[in-house]
Design a protein around this ligand. Structure first.
Ligand SMILES: Cc1ncc(COP(=O)(O)O)c(C=O)c1O
Length: 399
């Protein structure tokens, strides 16, 4: 009998977390690594939010709370959906978890039976397929192309729907490409979904506010008839730079919300009481810091786009949201360094980690090769230095 359960062999650990860890270890051993692999803004959590948490501690708000969130936070979430998205919910339709990741995990745990299918457009956020597998479901990966802005279209979606399809995942602005679905694209997708009442929609809106030039729409803004079948996930990690506070939330069908609460009651219990107060405060106050953050993100994006566009063999997709650049490295496949052949995006990323000391994530982690993802949630200075180092390293590759 083995000590570790068979369940563990069915899915992979998060490659993005692993690469960040390798980069951290290299830094600890004295190497000057620039890590552009992780998905968190480099900005500090705004002071007024931190202050609200300190007040919560001083006021003794340090005990267990309601399992799936305090009513005051749920009220703030309801207000957010009403004011920012024009979507109405009541208290029984809201759940709060330990980050958006936790909410999605609980959603799949509470709704998937063995071999139920989840349609996931690729490239995808690393955790979706593995969370589906962990919940005994089957990820149905639908590959998208850069020339279509890495978006699934209505035909592709319809072809991938079967009797066992339970969820379709829509993530816009998207990780890892930063693509944003337009109104008409969402409308077309919504009309396909209307034809298949057994398919539910997971709308992962976590990058809602990290958006440039374009406007954010949820699919419910285009087709309110999907209301009962749409589950929205969002959180405070990205928009308020609160990744470590671990608060995410979900909104949707009451039966699902109750099931998620049941799972939480036997696993995590409530998310951190102090973080809940901070999240409430974050949601209820104006996001005055956001304009400055978005300007910084845009400047960084432009710097990287210009750099990679100037490199023969590399081809960046220009993002309209999130803080990632997804770059094709097809032109470097087959290149040699020290008699070693670059065969894949993993080889390419490994070479840059060893030679340039720049940590990136290979596209294979997101189900679409040969690409790499570079996170620009890092200072402009570090990004300039990273570009310089990458440039030097690329010169060592014989194409
Ligand atoms: C697309 C997407 N969804 C959800 C999450 C979860 O974020 P968190 O668990 O920090 O709220 C992330 C984080 O990287 C993400 O990129």
């Amino acid at each position: 009998m083995t000590l570790i359960s068979d369940r563990l062999s069915k899915f992979k650990p998060s490659l993005t977390v692993k690469i960040s860890q390798i980069a951290r270890e290299m830094s600890l051993s004295g190497e000057k690594v620039i890590s552009l692999s992780s998905g968190e803004p480099d900005f500090d959590t705004p002071t007024h939010i931190k202050r609200s948490a300190i007040d919560a501690i001083n006021n003794g708000f340090t005990k267990y709370t309601q399992v799936d969130g305090i009513p005051e936070l749920k009220e703030a979430i309801i207000e957010k959906f009403k004011d920012e998205n024009g979507i109405n919910y009541n208290l029984n339709q809201i759940t709060v978890g330990v980050g958006g990741k936790h909410v999605i995990y609980n959603l799949f745990m509470s709704t998937l039976n063995k071999n139920d299918e989840v349609i996931i457009p690729a490239p995808y956020w690393v955790s979706y397929p593995d969370m589906v597998i962990l919940s005994e479901g089957r990820p149905i990966i639908v590959e998208t192309e850069m020339q279509n802005s890495f978006k699934i279209n209505a035909n592709q979606l319809e072809r991938s729907i079967g009797d066992k399809t339970k969820w379709f995942i829509l993530n816009s602005p998207g990780n890892p490409t930063g693509n944003v679905y337009e109104k008409d694209e969402l409308y077309e997708i919504s009309q396909i979904l209307l034809k298949y009442p057994h398919v539910n929609i997971l709308s992962d809106d976590i990058y809602e506010h990290i958006i440039y030039e374009k406007e954010f729409f949820n699919i419910l803004n285009l087709e309110p008839k999907l209301y009962d079948r749409t589950f929205i996930v969002n959180g405070v990690s990205k928009v308020f730079s609160m990744t470590g506070w671990r608060i995410g939330y979900g909104a949707g069908n009451e039966e699902i919300i109750k099931s998620i609460s049941k799972i939480q009651s036997q696993s995590t219990t409530n998310p951190c009481s102090i973080s809940q107060v901070a999240a409430k405060h974050a949601l209820k106050n104006e996001k005055i810091f956001l304009k400055d953050w978005l300007k910084k993100f845009e400047d960084r994006r432009d710097l990287l786009v210009n750099f990679f566009q100037s490199k023969k063999g590399l081809d960046p997709f220009i993002p309209s949201g999130a803080f990632y650049l997804y770059v094709s490295c097809k032109g470097y496949l087959g290149a040699f360094v020290n008699n070693q052949k670059i065969r894949s995006d993993i080889d390419f990323v490994q070479f840059l980690l060893q030679d340039a000391k720049v940590a990136l994530v290979p596209g294979s982690a997101f189900g679409k090769s040969p690409f790499f993802r570079i996170s620009y949630a890092t200072s402009l200075e570090d990004l300039k230095e990273a570009c310089q180092r990458i440039d030097n390293s690329l010169r060592k590759l014989n194409k």
